[in-house]
Write a protein that binds this ligand. Structure first.
Ligand code: GTP
Length: 594
């Protein structure tokens, strides 16, 4: 059987899903895709947010005009920097990629990062200049940019539109002609790469694999090399795109395996699967265990919901090896959980699922990164919880995680963006001009981009700048803990870790925002930012609570009802401290854009 394994990579919104749908439709699999939605129980959120979270492969059959048949395994990849490791593993399962570039936007930060991931995996790259139906499209310009920036020859580009269907036949032919057939010997010792996994209530963990060598069959005794655990294969199969049970998966195949695995942490993305009797000598290189890097506290607004929250977190964790949680107690918020995520988007997705699918009302504390503190007694203490950050007299030094940040933008915005990066304590590595566009490479403390960085970047560049990043290790930094007091009491869950140069400005921003969002009381409520015993900023929630109904006396009842509903809804997300209610917004005051 002729096989081609490939993936589509692109910057967010350059039209990956639309093009994939068009290919599916052309190869007669559109109806099947809807079927999959019922069979596979795909994540509801994935569709709603328009962002691909899980890499779902689809097996398609392409018949050329001369009658030759090819099996296409189209492997989808998640389109966000939080999931870059998953993308790199999905690409490792392929021999080639379609690199999409929006003809009206040109090359963006993720175009470059994704192209390099493909190059690192030795993949054949077919450049596809997409959305050429748009009036603002400049297909030649975009192709030339790809050549200048990444060195992909412009004359190899296919011009296409996922919307109108232009270029689809050319893309299918290019896949056959230009992407190599998968190598591998079906008789060799088994070696397969896990590029995704999900949990099914009946089958246990389902592994999505690319078989590199050997043949995978039911009843095989298999070993997960990094996890160091053995299992017996129950079923194997392919995706049509619904899960279809098959006899075996030979070298070159992309498919799924069920082997009675109960814990998703035993089956991590990037691990190598081999035979326990006749194992391969070398696991597939580059395995990295999923590791959360951004942490936030999640607390039920209603303390009665604690168990419900714990059960929901356990369910989510079944399906997500990269998500972690452990119980934590806050003096202010009571019992909750400290949760770990791959990034801010991952955190948002989990919070939204908890609220929608599990009907929970949550207070989330501001996200934080992991700090490494050397204590005066020589001990090294790692913490991602500002509330636990040691007092200054106990600290010798603090280190914080850094990222290498790549930003693509039109040259007109370079000045203001460089200023933003400077505010965020960034230092420039290089700046590359590519025609009228510029790539800025910076080293920046990771913690500095957690707070409203992306929004600021978008707003000062009028939406034209795009970014991507990778972690590059720890550096020393002069960091302080700023506590927030409401009505003269410290609220531990509001503490933040800040660089020494920013304590005053951030303290001011937080107290001002809090004074704005805390409802008025019968008495004035002081809100203060403090370092140790020193007050660095102060604001006051003025007395007198405005009666929302006063505005519409005698007025129309539906409007009155609306206002009351609104007030009720607002109240659902509050925490009571003594007589003062603090709304969810206040906990994220540090995130707000000024
Ligand atoms: P993510 O999954 O978020 O990375 O997005 P994506 O790259 O899959 O993009 P998607 O296919 O969702 O398309 C993004 C937007 O571009 C949608 O509004 C599409 O309707 C539009 N779009 C996609 N392809 C074309 C095209 O060929 N022409 C035009 N005019 N619009 C397109």
């Amino acid at each position: 059987m002729n096989v081609r394994n490939f993936s589509i990579i692109a910057h967010v919104d350059h039209g990956k899903s639309t093009l994939a749908d068009r290919i599916l439709e052309r190869l007669g699999a559109m109806g099947e895709r809807d079927k999959r939605d019922q069979t596979l129980d795909t994540l509801e959120l994935e569709r709603e947010r328009g962002i691909t979270i899980k890499s779902t492969p689809i097996r398609l059959v392409y018949r050329r005009e001369n009658g030759e048949e090819y099996v296409f395994n189209l492997i989808d990849t998640p389109g966000h920097v939080d999931f870059n490791y998953e993308v790199s593993r999905s690409l490792a399962a392929c021999e080639g990629v379609l690199l999409l570039v929006d003809a009206s936007q040109g090359v963006e930060a993720q175009t470059i990062v994704n192209a390099y991931l493909a190059i690192d995996n030795n993949l054949e790259i077919i450049p596809v200049i997409n959305k050429i139906d748009l009036p603002a499209a400049d297909p030649e310009g975009a192709a030339k940019e790809l050549e200048e920036v990444i060195g992909i020859p412009a004359d190899g580009a296919v011009f296409a539109s996922g919307k109108s269907g232009i270029g689809i036949p050319e893309i299918l032919e290019a896949v056959v002609e230009r992407i190599p057939a998968p190598p591998g010997d079906p008789q060799a010792p088994l070696k397969a790469l896990i590029f995704d996994s999900f949990y099914d209530a009946y089958q246990g963990v389902i592994l999505l694999v690319r078989v590199l060598e050997g043949t995978l069959k039911p009843k095989d005794e298999i070993r997960l090399m990094n996890a160091g655990k053995n299992f017996e294969v129950d079923k194997v199969g392919t995706f049509s795109p619904a899960l279809v049970v098959g006899d075996s998966l030979p070298a070159g195949a992309v498919g799924w395996v069920a082997a009675g695995i109960k814990d998703i942490h035993d089956a991590q993305v990037g691990d190598t699967l081999t035979g326990s009797d006749n194992p391969t000598t070398e696991p597939f290189p580059g395995f990295k265990p999923a590791q959360p890097v951004v942490f936030s506290g999640l607390y039920p607004t209603d303390t009665e919901d604690y168990r419900k929250l714990r059960d929901a977190l356990e369910k989510l964790k079944l399906n997500d090896a990269a998500f972690s949680f452990e119980p934590e107690t806050s003096e202010a918020l009571g019992f909750g959980f400290r949760c770990g995520f791959l990034g801010l988007l991952h955190a948002e997705i989990i919070q939204e699922r908890l609220e929608r699918e599990y009907d929970l009302d949550l207070i989330a504390t501001a996200p934080a990164v992991v700090y490494r503190v050397t204590l005066t007694n020589g001990e090294i203490f790692e913490t991602q919880n500002p509330a636990e950050f040691p007092t200054r007299d106990r600290i010798t030094s603090v280190e914080e995680p850094y990222i290498k940040l790549s930003i693509m933008l039109p040259e007109d915005y370079v000045g203001p963006v460089m200023q933003l990066l400077q505010e965020r304590r960034g230092s420039m590595i290089t700046m590359n001009y590519m025609g009228k566009r510029v790539e800025l490479l910076y080293e920046v403390p990771f913690g500095e981009i957690l707070y409203d960085f992306h929004d600021r970047l978008k707003s000062i560049s009028r939406g034209y700048a795009s970014m991507d990043y990778e972690q590059i290790g720890y550096r020393e930094g002069d960091l302080r803990k700023v506590d927030i007091m409401v009505n003269n009491e410290v609220i531990d869950a509001l503490a933040v870790i800040v660089h020494e140069t920013k304590t005053y400005s951030l303290g001011r921003k937080i107290v001002d925002k809090m004074a704005e969002v805390i409802p008025r009381q019968m008495f004035p409520v002081p809100v203060q930012a403090v370092i140790g015993a020193k007050i660095i900023a102060r604001a006051t929630v003025k007395a007198f609570r405005k009666d929302v109904l006063a505005k519409c006396y005698g007025g129309d009842i539906s409007r009155k009802k609306k206002l009351l509903d609104k007030q009720k809804k607002g109240r659902a997300r509050m925490k009571q401290f003594g007589t003062v209610e603090v709304p969810q917004e206040a906990f994220l005051a540090v995130l707000s854009t000024e």
